[in-house]
Design a binder for this molecule. Sequence first.
Ligand SMILES: C[C@@](CO)(OP(=O)(O)O)[C@H](O)COP(=O)(O)OP(=O)(O)OC[C@H]1O[C@@H](n2ccc(N)nc2=O)[C@H](O)[C@@H]1O
Ligand SMILES: Nc1ncnc2c1ncn2[C@@H]1O[C@H](COP(=O)(O)OP(=O)(O)O)[C@@H](O)[C@H]1O
Length: 300
Amino acid sequence: MTSVKVRVPAKVNVQLSVGPLRDDGYHDLVNVFHAVSIFDEVIAEEADTVTVRVEGEAVDQVPLDDDNLAVRAARLLAGRAGVTRGVSLRIRKTIPVAGGMAGGSADAAAALVACNQLWGVHLPPADLMELGAEIGSDVPFALLGGTAVGTGRGEQLRPVEVGGAFQWVFALADGGLSTARVYAECDRLRQATGAKVGWPEVNERLLAALRTGDPKALGPELANDLQPAAIMLRSRLVRTLDAGRERGALGAIVSGSGPTCAFLVESKEQATDLAVFLRGSGVARSVVTAEGPVAGAVIV
Ligand SMILES: C[C@@](CO)(OP(=O)(O)O)[C@H](O)COP(=O)(O)OP(=O)(O)OC[C@H]1O[C@@H](n2ccc(N)nc2=O)[C@H](O)[C@@H]1O
Ligand SMILES: Nc1ncnc2c1ncn2[C@@H]1O[C@H](COP(=O)(O)OP(=O)(O)O)[C@@H](O)[C@H]1O
C-alpha cells in the first residue's frame, strides 16, 4: 500500500456542561458530541520523513511543523509501534480552523487511521482511541463519530442512540478562538459572578430527543456552558445567534469553544432557507449546511 485516504468529520457539541477546574488544568465535562457532514481529508503516502501539506480552508493558520496535530499523531503512532519510516501527509481542509468544530483533532484522528493502515501496524480501534486521547481531548470522538457522551475531559466515550438525521446550519466566523482562552474566560466569569459550579450531569431530555430523532424536542435542550465566555471574547456572536433564532431555527448555540454558530432546523429545505438568509444578513464569513450524525474517521 503506497497511499491511504481518510475522510473525517467535524463535530458540534449538543450539550457541553463544564465542571470545576481540575488540578491538571482541564475541566471535567459532560460533552455530548455529534459528528456532522463537514469533512477534512487526510492523504498519507509513503516517505522517508514525516511532512505535511495543507490545502483549503484558512491554510495560513495551520502549522506545518511538529505542532500540526496530524504530524503529532503520526509521530506518536510511529514511536509506539516502533515504525522507523516516515509519511507524507496531505490535508484537504474544509472544517473551519479554530472554529470550535474540532478540525485539528479530526486531522489527528485521520492521520492515526491512515498511518495505521499505511505502515501495516493494525492497532485495534481501542488502542487508536488511547493514542488519540494523548493528543487532545476531542481526538477519540473524531475516531468514533456518530453521537456520543464524553466524560472526563471529553475523552471517555459512550455512544448514544440516535433515531434519525438532524439538519444543521453553521455560520463560520472571521478568525478563530483559542480553546484554552475560552475555558480560562469561563473560569474568570464564574469567579467574578460567584457562580456555584456543580458536577456536570447528562441531560436526559436531550438524550430522549436524540433517541426519537425529534428536532423540535432537541432544539430547546441544546446547551453550551462555554457560550457566555465565547460571547465575552467575541460579542458579535450575539447578532449571529439572534439572526438564526429570528428566522425560526429550533435551536441556536455556539459550537464548542466557538466562534462557529450552530443552528438546528427541521428539514433540508429550512436549512437552505436559513443559510440564504444568514448569508444575506452579513452576520457570518460563510454559511454551510450539514447533517448529523455521520461516521467517524474512515478510509475511503
Ligand atoms: C471545547 C471542546 C469541546 O468539544 O472542543 P473545541 O470546541 O475547542 O473544538 C473541547 O473540550 C476541547 O478539546 P481539545 O481541543 O481537544 O482540547 P485539548 O487540546 O485537550 O486542550 C486544550 C486546552 O483546553 C482546555 N480544556 C480542554 C478540555 C477540557 N476538558 N478542559 C479544559 O480546560 C485546557 O486549557 C487545555 O489546555
Ligand atoms: N491539522 C490542523 N488543523 C487545524 N488546526 C491545527 C491543526 N494542527 C494544529 N492546529 C492548531 O490547533 C488550533 C485549533 O484548531 P482546531 O482544532 O481547528 O480548532 P478548535 O479547537 O476550535 O476546534 C489552531 O489554531 C491551529 O493552530
